[in-house]
Design a binder for this molecule. Structure first.
Ligand SMILES: [Cu+2]
Length: 152
């Protein structure tokens, strides 16, 4: 084997090994609550973040081309008052799943583009502390439909 071929096969072997060393992130059940009215300033989004990797992951940022700004929030019940607090990151341990739900962690989509009222799907990407980027699609549906489903 030539030195060049040996180098290439080493490189390929190394590339094949890489994914096992990286976090493997799966986003499931991703949806956004339909804005309550046309011209609404914000809406919320929910999903499950599954970490199938062997290292913990930290989601540090979320963005979408049709949303001005996305913040990560947590709802807290404190002395009978419901408060929404901004969180800097969402951590998912190795082989664990964290779900963002209407009464807990969620994404706040702030500053919605006009296109959001026409399209059903909202592309979104997450940035991990490792620098990795994970993309997914939020399917818009009414929060009302969801609460009906959960009472059945
Ligand atoms: Cu919020």
């Amino acid at each position: 084997m030539s030195a060049e071929k040996a180098f290439i096969s080493t490189l390929i072997a190394f590339m094949l090994m890489l994914p096992t060393a990286q976090a493997q992130v799966l986003i499931t059940e991703a949806w956004a609550s339909k804005p309550v009215s046309k011209g609404a300033a914000m809406t919320a989004a929910f999903m499950c973040i599954e970490n199938d990797g062997t290292v913990p992951i930290e989601v540090v940022d979320a963005s979408s081309p049709i949303v001005n700004r996305i913040e990560m929030h947590r709802i807290q019940h404190q002395d009978g008052v419901v408060r929404m607090r901004r969180v800097n990151s969402i951590n998912v341990a190795a082989n664990q799943k964290v779900c963002l739900e209407p009464d807990g962690l969620h994404l706040m989509l702030i500053g919605l583009d006009e296109v959001i009222y026409r399209e059903t799907n909202i592309p979104i990407q997450f940035k991990l502390a490792s620098g990795e980027v994970v993309q997914t699609i939020l399917v818009q549906r009414s929060l009302l439909e969801d609460s009906h489903q959960s009472t059945q």
